[in-house]
Design a protein around this ligand. Structure first.
Ligand SMILES: O=P(O)(O)OC[C@H]1O[C@H](O[C@H]2O[C@H](CO)[C@@H](O)[C@H](O)[C@H]2O)[C@H](O)[C@@H](O)[C@@H]1O
Length: 383
């Protein structure tokens, strides 16, 4: 089966991909050119194509997007002023915290909102539970963090929602008492609920312990395409020193953290060249990573809604979902909670960045403190 077709670039402008999309059915965006799509129409996204003849703009905007995907302290200091010092960037961070207060310093406020409510906890993995490291295969979480997550899960339903493949993130976390969503929410293993079995692409399955679970994989039809594009991306980037392609099952990551900055454009253009042949795939940006994923109206925000529904926690006034994450893909979840006025997003960042979150934490060690504080608060309140 030919998985490709010649359409113009599927690359989305980076800033706010979802704002540039229109929901609805579009036959050209079906994963395969056949009728009777397995997708619910509302899961299909249409994406505006770029005008031809603006290649230079495209190149520089791609490079800018790649550059800004994971700002460092030094970069932020340089951008703030020509004579900045570390003190200035601290001031900028403190100013930023006026808008996104520390979830630790504001814990009493969070606890007040949580009084009499059931907290549901959603945690991103990379940069949230584990520090960002150069080698994605070595992004291990500490035993102390594992213990903190395990403890918090004793009191609140807890799910990990990651861009990694579900198997990989489970391998890193290794806790059976959690729910896991991999591939940016396109691969969810959650509790069995009669309501969620109504969803298309939802099947009963068993987890590694033999427990009955619901498996939701809205992008399952894309699997052959993703595997094919993974191989092409490995091939096209094989001579770029430091580039690494990771197969995350329903999406592919092309890492450029270890690539010399002079070659970042080459990485970006190589990915764009491959994606030109796959109009049903799109490109988004993460932390020094380009993420190739299906054109599907499904993201971490939808995954949160799906899990809440599976847990029987939808439309309940006494539920407070809390989502902790560091990446642009976590913004979809922050938005769902903010727009629904239903819970709190907590952004993990040591530099100021615009976010739909309510609170902030500086790094994974503060995330661990926050999880421990939640447990202590719950224990105190259940005595
Ligand atoms: O949703 P997440 O759990 O945050 O996953 C997002 C991506 O995380 C990983 O990449 C990032 O972390 C790596 C390890 O610290 C780092 O080397 C890389 O530069 C970061 O982008 C993961 O490897 C990707 O596949 C995930 O999509």
């Amino acid at each position: 089966m030919d998985l490709k077709s010649n359409h113009t670039s599927p690359v989305l402008a980076d800033a706010a991909p979802m704002n540039n999309t229109r929901l609805g059915i579009h036959s050209a965006l079906l994963p395969y050119p056949h009728s009777g799509s397995p997708f619910s129409p509302s899961l299909l996204l249409t994406i505006p194509r770029r005008r031809p003849g603006i290649l230079d703009d495209v190149r520089s905007s791609l490079f800018d997007a790649m550059k800004s995907s994971s700002p460092t302290h030094e970069k932020f200091a340089k951008e703030s002023s020509s004579e900045t010092t570390l003190g200035d960037s601290n001031i900028a961070y403190c100013n930023w915290m006026l808008k996104y207060p520390s979830a630790l310093a504001s814990f009493d406020q969070i606890a007040n909102s949580a009084n009499g409510k059931r907290i549901a906890l959603f945690l991103d993995y990379d940069g949230t539970l584990s520090p960002i490291v150069d080698n994605p295969d070595h992004a291990f979480m500490s035993n102390a963090m594992r213990a903190a997550v395990s403890n918090v899960a004793k009191y609140f339903p807890t799910a990990i929602i990651s861009g990694r493949s579900r198997d990989k993130v489970y391998e890193f976390v290794g806790l059976t008492e959690l729910y896991y969503a991999g591939s940016h929410g396109m691969d969810i293993m959650g509790p069995v609920r009669p309501s969620s079995s109504d969803h298309k692409n939802c099947v009963r399955s068993t987890d590694k312990q033999g427990k009955e679970v619901n498996l939701f994989q809205p992008a399952s039809e894309f699997l052959p395409m993703i595997n094919e594009v993974f191989r092409s991306l490995v091939e096209i980037t094989k001579d770029i020193v430091g580039a690494k392609v990771e197969n995350n099952k329903f999406c592919v990551s092309v890492h450029y953290r270890n690539v010399d900055e002079k070659s970042w454009t080459t990485v970006g253009q190589s990915v764009e060249r491959i994606l030109k042949e796959y109009p049903r795939l799109r490109l988004t940006h993460g932390r020094k990573v380009l993420e190739v994923r299906p054109v599907l109206n499904w993201d971490k925000g939808k995954a949160v809604e799906f899990l809440l529904e599976s847990l029987g926690l939808t439309n309940c006034d006494d539920v407070l979902p809390i989502y902790v994450g560091d990446d642009r893909t976590d913004e979809d979840a922050f938005k769902v909670l903010r727009e629904g006025n239903s819970g709190y997003g907590i952004i993990v960042s040591s530099v100021p960045k615009e976010s739909s979150a309510f609170y902030s934490l500086r790094d994974p060690s503060e995330v661990m403190e926050f999880l421990k504080t939640l447990v202590m608060w719950k224990q105190k309140n259940t005595l």
